[in-house]
Write a protein that binds this ligand. Structure first.
Ligand SMILES: [Zn+2]
Length: 508
């Protein structure tokens, strides 16, 4: 497939049939500014940014703050403005490191530690609180397990699955039986009825979650999340069959609501607040300042190992971070020479990517600095300095992911710009929806894509040093890093300078 594409492009080139899409007249100017993105400047930046002094840039740590200072200093020195109205480059984000809570649940005088027979991910503290069994815990107009049952101030016990329901008008029958959707609905129903806690017996989920739970418990690790998005209804505990039977001896066969005894629970949360920040700078557009092109990369990485070795993250995502600095500089130089972008260009360095795309999620879901419905594209750079050892073909390549998912125009202009200026082999292997790696969902662009904002994800693939202390700046292919950075610049330039904003013709 790929080969065929290359041949076809060569055929088109030979027969003089140019690309279908016409580039903007302003595209003539971009080459001059792309040349300001140089191998030596990228290298200088990266040897600092991925040095031991930055301590692996783990979210919330001193190393991450050093990274933020470095990025800020660059924008300040170039006189590129902070994006936020308050004049700060940093967008402050309150995160929570949710460690596994510790403590016991007691049923009829028998106590169980969190992790044996029960699993709670958040605090669950009750003293002699009555438990009500509600069967499947389904609550629809056609079937209501809460009929005639008062669960106010009590803990609800429900089991997985759903009763045979007459087909529901909204087609929701199946959702109640599904593992995660069903749980979400049942939990919501219980808390809406006034319950104060939720005990859930789902043997399959228990088994599935147990291994990860044990691993987290052993390592005293936790999961980071955005404080503003934490839900209140977290007083929930999973139980296995033995515990479920202790609570209700007929739970397997019966779905009849019953008032049971009471439980004692003292499972205490071990949450740690974490302060982190995105860095956001921008160059306002000269003609359409209220349309935004966001270029992003993540500023964080995975920190220091227990033995003291530093995960320098030269490729992940030092390469994208320094590429963004150079792209910003190129736009600024053009702007100072009277060739600034017609649309606003936003330089977004996000934090918490390695913890679950948290910085980009904060930007899109909690506090977009600029309106998402005026954000016309996101070009995201995550790992562009290395070569995938598994890949065959020209070393001057880059994997593109997502370019054709939401906007035909974005994909076509990306191809045309590459053909005109760079001639890099664009590899779409990972763009396949069925690719098991699911890279489309695994970096920050996804938070834009889920809002129907067209994206391109630039990526070199993984390699033997991925997420290891051996991801160091000496292993970067600086010529390729330069080519790929220039490609992103040319593409951003075109998106920012076209007569009309690109259209998300495939938006859902
Ligand atoms: Zn990364």
């Amino acid at each position: 497939m790929k080969k065929w594409n290359v041949l076809w492009l060569m055929f088109l080139a030979c027969t003089g049939q140019a690309q279908q899409i016409e580039l903007s007249p302003r595209s003539k100017q971009s080459e001059k500014w792309a040349k300001t993105i140089t191998e030596s400047e990228l290298k200088d930046h990266l040897y600092t940014y991925a040095s031991d002094a930055f301590e692996g840039r783990e979210t919330g740590t001193k190393g991450q703050k050093i990274a933020v200072e470095y990025l800020k200093a660059h924008y300040k020195s170039l006189n590129i403005a902070p994006a936020q109205a308050n004049g700060d480059y940093e967008q402050d984000i309150e995160l929570v490191l949710k460690k596994l809570p510790k403590g016991k649940l007691t049923i009829n005088g028998q106590s169980m530690e969190n992790g044996s027979g029960i699993m709670a991910y958040a605090a669950f503290e009750f003293s002699n609180t009555p438990v009500v069994y509600v069967g499947y815990g389904v609550n629809t107009p056609q079937h209501n397990d809460y009929q005639g049952v008062d669960v106010r101030g009590k803990i609800v016990l429900a089991k997985a699955g759903a009763p045979m329901l007459p087909a529901l008008a909204d087609g929701s029958t199946n959702d109640w039986a599904k593992q995660s959707e069903g749980l979400e609905r049942k939990q919501k129903a219980a808390f809406e009825q006034g319950a104060v806690g939720f005990i859930y017996w789902d043997e399959a989920a228990f088994a599935r979650l147990k291994r990860r739970f044990d691993y987290m418990k052993q390592n005293d690790s936790g999961r980071m999340s955005i404080k503003a998005l934490e839900s209140q209804a977290s007083a929930m505990v999973y139980v296995d069959q033995a515990t479920a039977l202790m609570l209700h001896p007929s739970i397997v066969e019966s779905a009849e609501a019953t008032v049971l005894g009471s439980v004692e629970a003292g499972i205490k949360s071990e949450d740690l607040p974490i302060d982190s920040e995105n860095v956001v700078a921008f160059i306002p557009g000269s003609e359409f300042p209220e349309q935004y092109v966001v270029i992003s990369s993540h500023l964080d990485h995975v920190g220091v190992l227990a033995d003291g070795s530093v995960n320098n993250g030269a490729d992940d995502d030092g390469s994208g971070s320094v590429a963004l600095l150079e792209i910003a500089e190129a736009f600024k130089l053009a702007s100072d020479a009277g060739q600034g972008p017609r649309r606003s260009v936003v330089f977004l360095h996000v934090t918490g990517e390695e913890k679950g795309l948290l910085g980009s999620q904060y930007y899109t879901d909690v506090a977009p600095v600029f309106p998402l419905n005026k954000t016309i594209a996101n070009l995201n750079i995550d790992m562009i300095g290395r070569i995938d050892p598994e890949r065959k073909g020209d070393r001057n390549y880059v994997y593109l992911i997502g370019s054709d998912k939401l906007s035909t125009e974005l994909h076509e202009l990306s191809e045309a710009v590459n053909k005109k200026f760079m001639g890099i082999e664009l590899d779409y292997t990972y763009n396949d929806e069925n690719d098991p790696n699911r890279f489309y969902y695994r970096s920050d662009h996804y938070n834009f894509a889920k809002n129907n904002i067209p994206i391109i994800f630039y990526f070199n693939g993984t390699h033997e040093d991925y997420h290891k202390p051996s991801d160091t700046p000496d292993k970067i292919n600086y010529d390729l890093l330069t080519n790929r950075t220039r490609l992103v610049f040319h593409t951003a330039w075109e998106v920012a300078n076209r007569d009309k904003a690109i259209v998300a013709d495939k938006a859902q």
